[in-house]
Design a protein around this ligand. Structure first.
Ligand code: AMP
Length: 358
């Protein structure tokens, strides 16, 4: 790295995760350059170069402008990523972008997962249904997010419709009767230093994260940290990693991992001494990790549109993050973070989101 100027971090992607990474960059003295498309929301805070993230030549050309690279999405083809100064590494991203590889990796690391079987056509879907039973979820191995690329089956006679809709390599997963869903966000830096945030309890609707609460679960926290330590070391991982789990009694079943900063960690901007965004940059730049000491917090995702300003302005403790995106049904356009102690604000926001159906 050139000692005369700040390190320059390239982000593959220019959406809200890149935007919040760029907002954290001054705290660590880094410059940010994003690879995306004109109009992407990170443009509000960092330069965005037009780059086709599916084109290895364009990505390699972008890499020449920066000292190191990171991603805001796992859905960049692994062949585009090889040979780049990339944190986390291409193997970690490649594992996380394929649900079948990810499941086998979890099993290899000794984690429990939902029952699953690979599906490549309608015939293998029928045999997977016999093996796994109903209800079950058919999920595309790649490119699924926010409930997209999924079909829930309650009867075997839905098989043809499910396959027609997804029509790509899939896994069939048994439905887990979970008590709650949680995620653990961890950071590992270039010297192997680890940091963990408090477990976050997550509520999804229609496959989209709605609410995250950073809660205190000492026993599950210790178990989740034990698992993530193993995953991070096995992957030789550098950066922030999030793993989502189903909680069943005292068991944690790994659902999926995200090799990047994660929606369930947005509350750390106000709720932790060091946010997940700053710690990701610290980890990849080879800096010591910051303290993850946190206060209990609640985060509400704003889906489709932001709440009118008067809904949040009445509560000074509410931190409003508007990503500056065009409102559109089902789109994440912002989030709100509230300290868990402000029960009046939380009750008002819960009623608002319930009434608006978002
Ligand atoms: P995913 O994209 O795999 O994270 O799925 C989105 C959401 O769908 C999860 O957060 C769960 O709420 C639900 N879901 C996914 N897989 C299962 C499963 N095997 N059993 C029960 N719920 C599931």
């Amino acid at each position: 790295m050139n000692a005369q100027r700040p390190p320059r971090v390239g982000i593959l992607g220019a959406g809200q995760l890149a935007l919040m990474l760029a907002e954290a960059a001054p705290a660590v003295g880094a410059d940010i350059l994003c690879a995306g498309q004109p109009g992407d929301c990170a443009e509000q805070v960092a330069p965005v170069l037009p780059v086709d993230l599916g084109n290895p030549h364009e990505v390699a050309e972008f890499a020449r402008h920066v000292d190191l690279l990171t991603v805001e999405s796992e859905n960049i083809d692994a062949h585009v990523l090889h040979g780049l100064p990339l944190y986390p590494n291409a193997r970690a991203i490649g594992t996380a972008q394929d649900r079948l590889l990810e499941k086998h990796f979890f099993l290899d690391c000794g984690l429990e997962v939902a029952p699953f079987a690979p599906v490549n056509d309608l015939i293998s879907l029928h045999s997977a249904l016999r093996e796994i039973g109903l209800p079950a979820i058919l999920k595309t191995r790649r490119l699924g997010y926010d409930g997209k690329g999924q079909f829930r089956l309650t009867h075997a006679d839905q098989a043809a419709e499910a396959w027609e809709q997804l029509n790509a390599p899939c896994i069939l997963e048994g439905m887990v009767q979970f008590d709650t869903e949680v995620s653990l966000i961890a950071a590992r830096n270039r010297s192997g230093q680890l940091a963990f945030y408090p477990l976050t309890e997550n509520v999804h609707r229609e496959g989209i994260l709605r609410v995250s609460r950073a809660a205190s679960h000492p026993e599950l926290q210790a178990l989740a940290e034990y698992h993530l330590t193993h995953l991070l070391e096995r992957l030789d991982y550098i950066g922030v990693l999030a793993v989502e789990f189903f909680v069943v009694g005292s068991h944690l079943l790994a659902n999926e991992m995200a090799p990047r900063v994660h929606n369930s960690g947005h509350w750390t901007i106000e709720g932790s001494e060091t946010s997940q965004f700053e710690n990701h940059l610290r980890a990849i730049l080879g800096l010591p990790l910051g303290s993850t000491k946190s206060r209990p917090s609640v985060m509400f995702n704003c889906i489709g549109s932001m709440p009118p300003p008067e809904v949040t302005a009445a509560f000074p403790s509410v931190a409003r993050h508007d990503y500056g995106k065009e409102p559109r049904p089902g789109r994440k356009v912002g989030h709100l973070t509230v300290p868990a102690s402000d029960t009046a604000a939380i009750a008002a926001l819960v009623s608002f989101f319930q009434a608006s159906g978002k």
